[in-house]
Write a protein that binds this ligand. Structure first.
Ligand code: NAD
Length: 499
């Protein structure tokens, strides 16, 4: 039976009233399993009203008390991990262990944000002038919004709301319309953890809801993650309206394979990083760059064999390597890209098109595809495909390999596999990309460092999570104070005499 979902505001579920809905699919079967209400402008403004009313009391709550609620929230998510992971897989399509990883990586950042009392400390300088001290404090912005993508429906909302709430803001989340149920469950858990009503809110919707948030003067900051064209347009509109914005976009992550790399280790890493979660990860490796013909020939031979042995099945098949794509549009888009690669003259070594899974014929499945002899002029190299497609671009030497990710429009993640420390150091220093892995295929930084891509992968100047998140969700006030009581010496002397 098709469920009808809600928004969440003021500590409770709220029915949609716009009369507009979108379909939430089960990607393993192709069935519509839920209807999602799409908020109109009035509904969005009502949610912002609720958040704005709740925020001052939350700001006045001490950071330590706020942090205790975050700790309780972590325990509750751990308690419900299995149920949340199943729900996430049923809407996204990733395997259940991947869903647990999605939730766990989100919790890492909530755990980091529990350190808010320390992270919110200001600075103090004694006697910067005669009787003058200077100090700074970090104050919350007010109401802030997060607009998040389908591919990490738990992790990215948690990356955004954890630091924002810990810093004393009220938060309005506009999750992806494709897998909104986990964010709604997280809202329930925030309430159960003791978060006051109105501090974490979920408003479901599409462009209308997003534009309303961007144009509402009470929203002081916008954290966005999604595709590059939307990231750029949201950044521009938010900036035009005087808001703080950090907007993260698409990616084309390369892995450089040096001739001295251990090819078995490389192949293992590439198979997981390129095809895991059906390639629907912003840090997925979508381009392998073997250096030298011998490395390339050996790598392509190993990859071909391993790619053909991958098992694609529904999200609850424990033996599967990965599951379906998120929906029909994604399946069509990625299938089309495979055709474009063939037309452009790349060599399609493994063709994943036309896959069906027995008993799940309506699911959005695509087998793994592997292209060799891809060149930088091709669209399959220049554009983000966001599916289980790996492109091999052969480089003659290290400098040519280094230039590929450096010159690419995207700059999210990159990786080098080598046994040569000098090459690794040089690469990490010179490559024009925000997150670098050395013998690590997916270099997602841990929660107390920051996460963010460069070039067309990120708009704005502060990264997600880590200390940057607290800088993003607070404003700094600097106080310069002088205390000069005309008879200060007499008062102090009198005090001394009394004691
Ligand atoms: P998307 O851009 O389609 O959607 C992201 C969010 O924007 C959703 O909430 C969606 O409802 C909203 N949106 C979509 N169109 C809009 C419009 N015209 N106006 C206003 N809002 C709009 O992205 P997606 O398909 O959900 O996610 C996949 C993309 O996200 C990929 O490009 C991937 O690389 C990227 N991504 C990047 C990172 C990163 O950290 N850089 C992380 C995860 C995903």
């Amino acid at each position: 039976m098709t469920r009808t979902l809600t928004h969440y505001s003021g500590g409770a579920h709220v029915k949609g009233t716009s009369g507009r809905f979108s379909d939430v699919y089960n990607p393993s079967t192709g069935e519509v399993q839920a209807r999602l209400p799409l908020a109109d402008a009035d509904e969005v403004r009502a949610v912002v009203d609720t958040a704005a009313q709740a925020q001052p009391a939350w700001t006045a709550t001490s950071p330590a008390k706020r942090a205790r609620i975050l700790s309780r929230f972590v325990d509750l998510v751990e308690r419900d991990m299995e149920e949340l992971a199943q729900l996430l897989s049923s809407e996204h399509g990733k395997m259940v262990p991947d869903s647990k990883g999605d939730i766990r990586r989100g919790l890492d950042v909530i755990e980091f944000a529990v350190g808010a009392p320390h992270l919110l400390k200001g600075e103090f300088s004694d006697s910067v002038g005669s009787s003058i001290d200077t100090y700074s404090m970090r104050q919350p912005l007010g109401v802030v919004a997060g607009i998040t993508p389908f591919n990490f429906p738990a992790m990215i909302p948690l990356w955004k709301c954890g630091p924002a709430i810990a810093a004393g803001n009220a938060f309005v989340l506009k999750p992806s319309e494709r897998d909104p149920s986990v964010p709604l469950k997280l809202a329930e858990l925030w309430t159960e953890a003791g978060l006051p009503a109105g501090i974490f809110n979920v408003v479901n919707g599409d462009k209308e809801a997003v534009d309303t948030l961007l144009d509402d003067p009470r929203i002081k900051a916008v954290g966005f993650v999604g595709s590059t064209p939307i990231a750029q347009s949201i950044y521009e509109r938010a900036a035009h309206n005087g808001k703080r914005a950090q907007c993260f976009g698409g990616a084309k992550n390369h892995m450089i394979v040096m001739p001295d790399a251990d090819l078995d280790q490389v192949a293992d890493a590439l198979i997981g990083a390129a095809y895991g979660s059906a390639g629907e990860r912003c840090m997925a490796i979508s381009v392998a760059v073997p250096v030298g013909q011998e490395t390339a020939d050996a790598l392509v031979a190993t990859l071909t064999e391993r790619t053909k042995s991958l098992k694609v099945s529904h999200s609850f098949d424990d033996d599967a390597d990965y599951g379906p794509l998120v929906g029909p549009d994604a399946l069509n888009r990625v299938t089309e890209y495979v055709g474009i690669g063939v037309e452009e003259g790349a060599e399609l070594v493994v063709d994943g098109r036309g896959l069906t899974v027995e008993g799940h014929e309506g699911g959005y499945f695509l087998g793994p595809s592997l292209f060799d002899h891809v060149t930088p002029e091709m669209r399959i190299y220049k554009e983000e495909i966001f599916g289980p497609v790996l492109c091999v671009v052969r480089a003659a030497d290290y400098e040519e390999a280094l230039a590929l990710p450096t010159d690419h429009q995207y700059g999210n993640g990159v990786s080098i596999f080598t046994q040569n420390g000098d090459a690794a150091r040089d690469f990490a220093s010179r490559v024009d990309v925000g997150m670098v892995g050395v013998n690590i295929p997916i270099p997602v930084p841990i929660g107390y460092y920051t996460f963010g891509g460069w070039k067309a992968s990120g708009f704005g100047d502060l990264n997600q999570h880590g200390p940057d998140a607290f800088r993003f969700y607070t404003k700094t006030k600097t106080v310069t104070s002088r205390w000069t009581t005309p008879n200060a010496e007499t008062v102090l002397a009198a005090d001394r005499a009394k004691s």
